[in-house]
Ligand binder design. Structure first.
Ligand SMILES: *[C@@H]1O[C@H](CO)[C@@H](O)[C@H](O)[C@H]1NC(C)=O
Ligand SMILES: *[C@@H]1O[C@H](CO)[C@@H](O)[C@H](O)[C@H]1NC(C)=O
Ligand SMILES: *[C@@H]1O[C@H](CO)[C@@H](O)[C@H](O)[C@H]1NC(C)=O
Ligand SMILES: *[C@@H]1O[C@H](CO)[C@@H](O)[C@H](O)[C@H]1NC(C)=O
Length: 442
C-alpha cells in the first residue's frame, strides 16, 4: 500500500487498524490453542465435533475490525446483550446480514405458498451426514423447502458448494441460509463446560430466527422417508396450547433411560426425544413457562440460564434434558407425535416396539449413536448409504429403492433388519408419488 501525501491521515488510520486486526488475530489464535478442549465422549445422537471457541474477553479487540472477512474466520461467536439478535457478532453483523440476504422477497412468497422450514445444526465431521439428510428432504418433498443450516464457519463453504452443485430441477425446490454458531455471551462459560456448543445451539433458534414463525428442527442423523410437508402439516393439528411437537424417548419403559436413570424431571412416562422437533416459534417466544425455580412463569429467553444453573450437575443429554424439564412443567404445551416420526434403533434393537411403524411404516429414520457409520445396525446404515449414493436425476425406483431393498436383505440377522420392510414401506409410497408428479408435469 502506498501512502500519498494527501491521504496520509486516512492511510495511517487504516494501517493502525490493520495492525490491530493482525494483533487480535494472533491473540485469538493463541487463545484457541488453550481453549481447544476435547469433546466429551457421548453415545447420544447429538452433533459431536470439537470446536474452537473464543472467550468474550477478546471481543474488545475484535470489535474494532469491521471487515466482513472476519465473519468467515470465527468458528463460534458469542452474542452480547440479552439474548436478542447478536448485535456484536462479527462487527458487521453477518448473522443478521445472512438472514436478510436470502429472505427479502422470498419471505412473503414462502409464507403464502406454505413451504416447510427445516433447521439443522452441523459441526465437526457431520457435513456428509447433514447433506444426506437435506438430500432426502428435497428428494421426497413436493412443496418447497427452506433450509436453515447452522454450522461452524469452516463448513460454510462446503455446504454452499454442495448445495449449489445440485441440479437445477432440484434447486427450484429449496432455498437455504447458512448461519454461524452463536452463543449468548452471558454465562458462555457455563454452556461451554456443559454442552458441546453445537448441541445447545438449537435451544436458541427461536431467539435467533426471530422472523420465522415455525420450524422443524432435526438432528444431522435424520433421513426423511416421506415428504417434509407431512410432518409440517402436524402444525395445523396443534390445539391452542401446543407450542412444540416431539416423539417419546422410549416406547418400552423397561428399557427407557429417563425413567430408570434421570436425576431431573422429564416429560411423561419415558421422556421425549428432541432429535425431531417441530415448533411454532411465534408461540414459543410468547409463552411464559411454569417452572420449579420461580413462582412466576418465565419467557423462553429467561428460563434457559436458571434451568442450566439448577440442573447442570444432574443432566446427561444436555439440551434434550432441559427440554424434558421444561415440558414436564408445561405438559399441555407439547404435542406428542408417534414413534414412526422419529424411529431409532431403540425401536427395533430387541424386537419391534413401535406399533405405529408396524402398521404404517417408518416416516423419519433417526440413526442415533452413530449407527450410519458403524456395523452395529446395518439396516440403518443401508438406508443412509442408499440415500448418499443415489445420484440426482436417476430413476428413484431402480437406483434408490431396489438397491436399498437388496442391501436390507443382508441385514436379517439383526432384529432391526427383520423389521426392514418398515423402513421401505413409506419410502416406496413417497417415491411412487414423486414419479407420478414428474409424469404429470410437461
Ligand atoms: C427462493 O427464493 C426466491 C427469491 O427470493 C424465490 O423466487 C423462490 O420462489 C424461492 N424458492 C423456494 C423453493 O422457496
Ligand atoms: C403459530 O402460532 C401463531 C400464534 O398462535 C399463529 O398465528 C400461526 O399461524 C401459527 N403457525 C402455524 C404454522 O400454524
Ligand atoms: C440432583 O441429583 C441428586 C441425586 O440424585 C438429587 O439429590 C438432587 O436433588 C438433584 N438436583 C436437582 C436440582 O434436582
Ligand atoms: C391441548 O392438548 C393437550 C394434550 O396434548 C392438553 O393437555 C391440553 O389441555 C389441550 N389444550 C387445550 C386448550 O385444549
Amino acid at each position: 500500500m502506498r501512502c500519498y501525501h494527501r491521504a496520509f491521515l486516512p492511510c495511517m488510520v487504516s494501517t493502525l487498524l490493520s495492525l490491530m486486526y493482525v494483533f487480535s488475530q494472533v491473540a485469538s489464535t493463541l487463545e484457541d490453542r488453550d481453549l481447544k478442549a476435547p469433546g466429551k465422549p457421548d453415545g447420544h445422537s447429538h452433533d459431536t465435533g470439537h470446536l474452537l471457541r473464543r472467550t468474550p474477553g477478546s471481543a474488545g479487540l475484535r470489535d474494532r475490525d469491521r471487515g466482513l472477512g472476519r465473519c468467515k474466520k470465527l468458528p463460534v461467536s458469542y452474542w452480547e446483550p440479552h439474548w436478542s439478535l447478536p448485535a456484536g457478532v462479527c462487527g458487521v453483523n453477518c448473522l443478521l446480514e445472512s438472514s436478510i440476504r436470502k429472505r427479502s422477497g422470498s419471505e412473503l412468497e414462502e409464507r403464502g405458498s406454505g413451504s416447510s422450514h427445516l433447521a439443522v445444526v452441523a459441526c465437526g465431521p457431520r457435513l456428509e451426514e447433514t447433506l444426506a439428510m437435506l438430500k432426502s428432504a428435497v428428494l421426497l418433498s413436493h412443496k418447497s423447502l427452506h433450509f436453515y443450516v447452522f454450522a461452524e464457519d469452516d463448513l460454510h463453504e462446503h455446504f454452499r458448494n454442495a448445495l449449489d452443485s445440485w441440479p437445477r430441477t432440484i434447486q427450484t425446490k429449496f432455498n437455504y441460509t447458512i448461519y454461524p454458531i452463536t452463543f449468548p455471551a452471558e454465562n458462555a462459560k457455563e454452556w461451554k463446560k456443559l454442552f458441546k456448543p453445537c448441541a445447545s445451539q438449537r435451544l436458541f433458534l427461536p431467539l435467533i430466527l426471530k422472523e420465522v414463525d415455525s420450524l422443524l428442527y432435526v438432528d444431522t442423523d435424520i433421513i426423511f422417508l416421506q415428504p417434509v410437508e407431512e410432518i409440517w402439516a402436524l402444525l395445523s393439528q396443534f390445539n391452542s396450547s401446543h407450542i412444540a411437537a416431539m416423539a417419546p424417548e422410549h416406547e418400552e419403559p423397561r428399557i427407557g433411560w429417563y425413567n430408570r436413570f434421570a436425576r431431573h424431571p422429564y416429560y411423561g412416562k419415558t421422556g421425549i426425544n428432541s432429535g425431531v422437533m417441530l415448533m411454532n416459534m411465534t408461540r414459543l417466544r410468547e409463552k411464559s413457562f411454569k417452572n420449579d425455580m420461580t413462582p412466576v412463569a418465565l419467557k423462553w429467553e429467561e428460563i434457559l440460564m436458571p434451568l442450566l444453573q439448577k440442573y447442570k450437575l444432574n443432566i446427561t443429554w444436555g439440551d434434550q434434558d432441559l427440554l424434558n424439564i421444561i415440558f414436564h412443567h408445561n405438559p399441555e404445551s407439547l404435542y406428542v407425535f408417534p414413534c414412526q416420526w422419529n424411529y431409532r434403533p431403540d425401536h427395533c434393537i430387541y424386537g419391534s416396539n413401535c406399533q405405529q411403524a408396524d402398521q404404517e411404516g417408518v416416516f423419519i429414520l433417526h440413526g442415533n449413536r452413530g449407527v450410519y457409520h458403524d456395523d452395529k445396525q446395518p439396516a440403518f446404515r443401508a438406508v443412509y448409504e442408499a440415500i448418499r449414493q443415489y445420484t440426482f436425476g436417476e430413476n428413484m425406483e431402480t437406483s434408490l429403492l431396489q438397491p436399498l431393498e437388496a442391501s436390507l436383505r443382508s441385514t436379517t440377522h439383526t432384529y432391526c433388519g427383520r423389521s426392514a420392510h418398515l423402513f421401505t414401506k413409506s419410502l416406496k409410497r413417497s417415491v411412487t408419488s414423486v414419479r407420478r408428479e414428474a409424469e404429470r408435469r410437461p
